[in-house]
Design a binder for this molecule. Structure first.
Ligand SMILES: Cc1ncc(COP(=O)(O)O)c(C=O)c1O
Length: 320
């Protein structure tokens, strides 16, 4: 992977090579940071790069930081403005991933959350697929349980908690699966290592509730709305047993990185006939149009980076 040209560090556009963190940095030693993963989608016809739901992402970053007793000082408007500034500097004309990181930068020894100094950084890199097998991933149920709210709150994207995801992800990949399925402490379905999980069963789209040790995913909330409003599917947030997934008609995962990834096998068992399901395929196609600014009803989720195309989009001349 080539490194980015710039970083937006504490509000200053800085050459990436000039950003340095010392070996004693608190977040590096104790995991005391919170991060964000935001996608920007390239629309070739409109020659426009659209940040997807950036305000929701910066809000979640702020909330994740607050769980660490860390205040992100800047307003949401300013933060999204900084993201745009960074993307303009990088000049990317392709699908892009923005990593945000709020972290304690003090170079001190002592594990705690108070009396420390936050820093906020954003970098942008070109980004394609995260899970290669987007049309039919194979999940393996992990022996690692998802961290729960009274251990490290999974509703925040807290750096240290991602050791839990990394343990499960490597075990899954090294065992030949595409992704791990983590259960919560009660043995119910929680989520993937970086994705929320959905199943279609008897006509209803079901996903675990926020109390099942999940991240409150922004793609998850987008899919709940699209499924209900555009596909007319009844949706339900309730606990899911592992074996319900085995018997589901369709299963998929959602996430900024994974987008909508179909799951066609779990633990070497085929989901239904083991092929990409029709509702998952419809949601994938719809979602791809939505994120590239091609669905007027969801245009407010898409924040244009390049100023020139905004008027054309607004006038409906370009639909993506
Ligand atoms: C553990 C975990 N669950 C779910 C998700 C999906 O969330 P989102 O759709 O907001 O990217 C992510 C990725 O951010 C994640 O890290």
């Amino acid at each position: 992977m080539t490194v980015p040209r710039f970083a937006m560090l504490d509000g200053q556009l800085t050459p990436y090579g000039e950003t340095r963190v010392g070996l004693l940095t608190h977040a590096l030693n104790y995991g005391t940071g919170a991060f964000a993963g935001i996608r920007a989608y390239w629309n070739a016809e409109a020659e426009q790069l659209f940040l997807f739901r950036p305000f929701d992402h910066v809000r979640r970053l702020r909330e994740s930081a607050r769980l660490l007793r860390m205040e992100v000082g800047d307003s949401d408007d300013n933060l999204v403005g900084r993201l745009v500034e960074l993307l303009l500097a990088e000049g990317l004309r392709q699908d892009t991933y923005v990593r945000g990181l709020a972290f304690y930068r003090d170079e001190v020894v002592g594990v705690r959350l108070h009396g420390l100094t936050p820093s906020l950084a954003f970098v942008a890199i070109p980004f394609g697929r995260y899970i290669e097998n987007i049309g039919g991933a194979h999940l393996g149920t992990s022996g690692w349980r998802r961290v729960r709210d009274d251990v490290i709150p999974p509703r925040g994207k807290i750096v240290g908690a991602y050791v839990n995801s990394a343990l499960a992800k490597s075990d899954a990949e090294l065992a030949g699966f595409d992704e791990a399925l983590l259960l919560d402490e009660d043995g119910r379905v929680s989520e993937g290592t970086g994705e929320n999980v959905f199943m279609l069963r008897r006509g209803t789209l079901v996903t675990p509730p926020v109390s099942s040790s999940i991240l409150e995913g922004i793609t998850r909330s987008s899919v709940l709305r699209l499924a209900q409003d555009e596909l007319g599917l009844p949706v339900c947030e309730r606990p899911i047993d592992r074996t319900e997934l085995y018997l589901a008609d369709e299963v998929f995962m959602t996430g900024t990185a994974a987008q909508i990834t179909a799951v066609t096998r779990i633990d070497h068992r085929a989901i239904a006939n083991g092929e990409l399901g029709p509702q998952t395929a419809r949601l994938q196609a719809l979602f791809d149009r939505v994120v590239r600014g091609g669905e007027p009803r969801y245009r407010e989720w898409c924040h244009p980076v390049y100023a020139h195309a905004t008027a054309e989009i607004a006038a409906g001349l370009v639909t993506g």
